[in-house]
Design a protein around this ligand. Structure first.
Ligand code: G1P
Length: 211
């Protein structure tokens, strides 16, 4: 679970608190992510933390309250989602895993998607959801009903279908992140990783309910 970032787009709520601790129905959004992973039978969870590490640690602790073992991985600077994956390599070892952006929230949980990823023994699985502001997301392009490209924060979006921040990867993700170079915003982009799986025909996509 990624829990770094400054939360600049969520101000004023994030002047005093980490964005992942902003409550939804009286519960920090991050807690839903942990609970949803535990619901999938995932007990070993690493949380990648940045500037707000102390707040996140104080809120989640060792994970026992969630029935999980939680470890923390420090990301020295916000160098991108794919960079967070890179520094989690030792924790993950060879095991397929869920990458859950701690500011995302999925009504109904992720179990059905994780089950499908396991059943298919997929290499990579992404989830798509229609959004009103596609300029702010990784966006899927379809040609003749086939997913052809994913573009990060496009100024002219090819669709309104956003790649949401819950991804599943196999161990090949680590080779991809090692090869990557930072983009103009100084980050290793997860979209480039997904694009590599797509090129190899190893990207499985699930569509979330509309609305
Ligand atoms: C990140 C990803 C983007 C994805 C989004 C989902 O963007 O880069 O592809 O659609 O998460 O929340 P960020 O919010 O880090 O700018």
């Amino acid at each position: 679970i990624l829990s770094g970032g400054k939360g600049s787009r969520l101000r004023p709520f994030t002047y005093t608190s980490a964005k992942q601790l902003v409550p939804i129905a009286n519960k920090p959004v991050l807690f839903y992510a942990i609970e949803q992973l535990v619901e999938c039978g995932i007990r070993d969870i690493a949380i990648v933390v940045g500037d707000t590490a102390d707040q996140i640690r104080a809120a989640v602790g060792d994970g026992a309250a969630f029935g999980a073992n939680v470890e923390y991985i420090e990301q020295d600077a916000p160098l991108g989602i794919a960079h967070a994956v890179k520094i989690a390599r030792d924790f993950m070892g060879e095991t397929p895993f869920v990458l859950y952006l701690g500011d995302n929230f999925l009504i109904g949980g992720v179990k059905s998607f994780v089950d499908r990823f396991r059943e298919n023994e997929a290499n990579c699985q992404i989830l798509l959801h229609p959004v009103k502001n596609p300029e702010a997301f990784g966006i899927a392009e379809f040609v003749d009903g086939r997913l052809t490209r994913i573009v990060e924060k496009p100024s002219s979006p090819p669709s309104n279908l956003a790649v949401i921040g819950i991804y599943m990867f196999d161990r090949h993700v680590f080779e991809a992140v090692e090869r990557m170079k930072p983009t103009a915003r100084g980050e290793l982009e997860i979209t480039a990783v997904n694009a590599e799986y797509l090129r190899r025909g190893q990207l499985h996509m699930e569509m979330l309910g509309r609305g």
